[in-house]
Design a protein around this ligand. Sequence first.
Ligand SMILES: Cc1ncc(COP(=O)(O)O)c(C=O)c1O
Length: 452
Amino acid sequence: MSVAPAFDAAAMSLSVDDAALLGRRAVLGPAYRLFYEKPFAPVRGLDVWLYDAAGRAYLDAYNNVPSVGHCHPRIVAALQRQATALNTHTRYLHESVVEYAERLVARFPAALDTVMFTCSGSEANDLALRIVHEATGRRGLIVTENAYHGVTAALADLSPSVQSRAYRGAAPGGAPALPLAPHVRTVRAPDVQRAGLRGAASGPDVAARFALDVRMAIADLQRGGVEPAALIVDTVFASDGIHTDPVGSLAAGAAVIREHGGLFVADEVQGGFGRTGGVWWAFERDGIVPDIVTLGKPMGAGHPVAGLVTRAELLADFGARRRYFNTFGGNTVSAAVGLAVLDVIEEEGLVERAGVVGAHLQERLAALALRHAEIAEVRGRGLYIGVALIDPDGGPGTERAIGVMNRLRERGILIGLCGLDSNVLKIRPPLTFGVDHADLLVGALDAALGEA
Ligand SMILES: Cc1ncc(COP(=O)(O)O)c(C=O)c1O
C-alpha cells in the first residue's frame, strides 16, 4: 500500500505546538540531538508510516526498531495480554523466558546455545565486555574508527562515532575529539570506496586490509603492554557508513583476533533479525560463528528487549564467580513481546521479504546513480542500504547529504545519515517495507537530488 491510510488527528485530539514543545525541551539538557532542520514530531505510527499532529503521513525509511512495522497489532496484543496477567523477573521460574531463550538459540549456529537478557543493546555489549574480560583475563579491545556500541562508560570508550565531526559540530562550542582510552585501538572499516578498491574482485583485498589493520592494532596494544581481549564489530558497520560487501572481512578479522588469543564479538544490534535479507544474522554472510553475539533494537519492536547469545562454556567462569540479575531484563512481558516478534518475523516471511524488496530498492537506486553524478556508491544488503554522496571535487558530500535528507523530510520521507563524514544516506526502513514504498522513496530521492 503506497498510499498511507488516513489518520484523523482531530479525532484523537492531538494538537501539538511544535515550537513551544521545542522550547520546553530545554528541560532535557544539552546532550540530546534532534533530527532534521525542522524537527519532526510524530504522534502516531502505523506499519511503515508515521503521522504528525496535523495528520500528515511520512514514509518511514529510517527506523529499524519497529522492524515488524510500527505498532504491530500482534505485538501490542501480546504485550497487553502478558501485562494484564503477570510481570515479574528472572528470579521466579516462568515458562515464557525459557521458551523465548529456546526459540532464540534455535535461530543461531548450534555452538551458540546460551542466552542472557538485558534491556538495551548497551547493556548487552557491556555484559559482553564483562564476559570477555572474565574468559580471557585481558583488557585490550579493538573497534572500527567510527564505531558506535552504546552508552555505558565502558562503551563510550568503544564508540568514537559520538565524537565524529557531525556530532561535535552540533555540540555547543563544537568540543574537540577526546583521545582513545589506552586499552582501545581502532581499525578502518572494510570500506571499498575509501580504500580506492572497486568491484567483486576487490573482496580478498578488502578482507586482507581489514585483517592487517587488526593485526597492527594488536601489535600496537601489545607495545603498550596490553594483551588483546576482543575485536568487537557492528556486523553491518552502520555508523562507519554501511559496509556489507564484498564478503570476507568479518571472517578475516575474527581469524586474526583468535590467532592472538582474543574473542570475536558480533554486535548485531543493527544487523540482526533479518535486516540484511535472506539470513537472520548479518554475520552469516561470512559463514562464521562469533564467540558472542549481542542483540537489541528490533528484538522487542520498540519494547526494551535485548541480550546476548554465546557458548555455554564461555559463561562458565563468569557464572561461577558472578551473580547476574537484571531487574527488567528477561521480565515476563518482555519475553512475551520478544516471542511475538519472532512469530511475526517468521509468519510474515520478513527475512525473505527484506532480501527481495532490498534488491529491488538497490536496483532502482543504482539506476538513479547513472543520472546523478553525486551518487558515488549504492551499497548494503537487504533493507540496510547506504547511498554515498560526493562533491564535484570527489570529496565527501556532507552538506549535500544533509540537504537531501532535509528535503526528503519536507517531501514526507524519513531517512538518516551515517559514515565518518556523514555523507551517506542511511536507508533502513521497517522490514514490512514493500516494492511500492521503495518506488515512492526513489522518486522522492530523484527529485530531492535534482533540487540540490
Ligand atoms: C551497533 C550498535 N550497538 C549498540 C547500540 C546500543 O544500543 P541501545 O541504544 O539499545 O543501548 C547501538 C545503538 O544505536 C548500535 O547501533
